[in-house]
Design a protein around this ligand. Structure first.
Ligand SMILES: Nc1ncnc2c1ncn2[C@@H]1O[C@H](COP(=O)(O)OP(=O)(O)OP(=O)(O)O)[C@@H](O)[C@H]1O
Ligand SMILES: [Mg+2]
Length: 455
């Protein structure tokens, strides 16, 4: 069962797209929309809206464009890192003006003709620049020159600049003052308040079909404190919290689900290797030191290294120790590349765990323990196994097959415990457990993110 069906939703309520269907008319969003409509209606010329990332600037533009699309000619520039010529070209193309190969002067002339043509009908021309903080200075200057092209008293050309707070600072620079002085409408888009954040969550749930979901008050508070009312962050956290509730089979989203979502998001963007490589390095250094110590011990005690088949296996011992602590992603020991048969390994595996926990003082004992250490292998276990695994990592992926490259089918939170249905090794020597996810799916989880217990 997927999570939309679980919560009886028609749609994903917290999708990260500036979808006008989901537009929540908060006081801030509404005021800015009204100001921009007013600026266009009153032919005010230049307008500027700034706001932190994710506050809803592009969403507002979508609503504005929807409102004006039949009454005005609109050019929307969303990738503004353009030279003055490229910028001009982008505007003319958006206004459906066929260009061919034209020089900048010819393009300016064409643009002027368009303005004159529309001045007869009174149709406004709106140039909207999103992410305007990225517009190069000489292109900003070009925009000002475009607005000079108007011959009529009325300003048919409306220019709206939207961007992050640094845009305001940029325009205050001495060489851009001329444009700055022409801005008649200025607005700052602020994040939602705490109560608006709660209303925003409700609004989006209702739009998506509401279903059976309940966000507890504490969960809403936590979402606000984590997102500071920034809609993009609200969406991110709320959507992950929903997923956490789904994974634990709960139709109620609690503060713990939000906490888990935030931890999970904080860890995202870093792969497993990026996260654990440092630990693996420490493990590898420790292992190298151990091998050196063993070699040194034998040299000084007069034993020749030729009599010592234990070194590669000693690597196995160390790796086993590190892995039980869950701190490192171990490399397969050299001795395991030619894996012995499963039967011959099982008893040895038992010895290995004993050897790993036993203090190794006397030389013959050390050698013995080291010698029997096999690569990590386990036999398939029957469905009625009494082995349980508990997720030890902050979160873990569950996969469709016992392979790191296979599809992720779910993710689970720390502390979740499942009976093991089967265990298998992949070609790299990694052990996987087959378990049953609460949704009913059978999936595979890596040994490296769990602790095991026999009950
Ligand atoms: N008023 C709103 N109603 C509904 N959803 C909103 C609203 N404002 C923002 N969002 C949501 O937040 C997400 C981010 O909004 P948007 O892309 O408009 O932000 P932005 O200010 O343009 O960010 P950036 O500076 O990164 O471009 C949107 O995808 C949308 O899902
Ligand atoms: Mg945007």
């Amino acid at each position: 069962m997927d999570y939309l069906a679980f919560f009886q939703l028609d749609d994903d309520p917290f999708r990260l797209t500036p979808d006008p269907q989901y537009f929540f008319p908060s006081q801030e969003h509404n005021e800015i929309l009204n100001s921009l409509n007013y600026a266009i209606e009153q032919k005010e010329g230049f307008s500027l809206v700034v706001g932190q990332p994710g506050t809803g600037k592009t969403t507002i533009l979508r609503i504005l464009i929807d409102h004006w699309k039949d009454k005005a000619e609109i050019a929307l520039v969303m990738t503004p890192r353009l030279s003055p010529e490229e910028f001009l070209q982008a505007i003319l193309e958006d206004l459906n003006i066929k260009l061919g190969k034209k020089s900048k002067n010819e393009m300016l002339k064409t643009f002027r003709d368009v303005l004159i043509k529309h001045s007869a009908t009174g149709k406004r021309i709106i140039i909207i620049v999103d992410e305007a903080q990225n517009v190069p200075d000489d292109t900003i200057e070009e925009l000002r020159l475009l607005s000079n092209l108007e011959t009529e008293k009325e300003k048919l050309l409306q220019i709206i600049l939207m961007g992050q707070p640094e845009l305001k600072k940029k325009l205050e620079a001495a060489h851009l003052k001329q444009l700055d002085q022409r801005i008649t409408i200025r607005a700052i888009l602020r994040p939602l308040t705490r109560s608006e954040t709660s209303d925003y969550i409700n609004f989006r749930l209702i739009k998506a079909g509401k279903g059976t979901i309940v966000f507890e008050d504490k969960a809403r508070k936590k979402i606000y404190s984590m997102s500071k009312g920034i809609p993009r962050l609200i969406n991110l956290v709320a959507s992950r919290a929903l997923m956490a509730a789904f994974v634990s089979g709960s139709a109620v989203v609690s503060a713990d689900h939000v906490k888990f979502a935030v931890e999970h998001l904080a860890g995202e963007g870093r792969s497993f290797w990026e996260r654990y490589l440092p630990w693996f390095r420490y493990g590898a250094i420790g292992l190298a030191l151990l091998i050196l110590a063993v070699i040194g011990f034998y040299k000084f005690s007069g034993t020749t290294t030729a009599k010592m088949p234990a070194a590669p296996a000693a690597a196995g011992t160390q790796v086993q120790n590190v892995e039980t602590k869950g701190a490192a992603e171990p490399a397969t020991p050299a001795s395991s590349t030619t894996a012995p048969s499963a039967q011959s390994q099982k008893p040895a595996a038992k010895n290995s765990s004993k050897a790993a926990s036993r203090p190794t003082g006397k030389k013959p004992e050390t050698q013995k323990a080291v010698k029997v250490m096999p690569p990590e292998t386990e036999l398939p276990q029957p469905a009625a196994s009494k082995k349980y695994v508990t997720v030890a990592a902050p979160s873990a992926n569950m996969r469709g097959a016992p392979d790191i490259g296979s599809e992720k089918v779910a993710w689970v939170a720390k502390g979740a415990t499942y009976p093991v249905l089967e265990s298998r090794q992949d070609t790299t020597g990694r052990t996987w457990y087959r378990v049953q996810h609460p949704s009913g799916k059978e999936c595979w989880i890596s040994k490296r993110v769990v602790t095991e217990k026999n009950r």
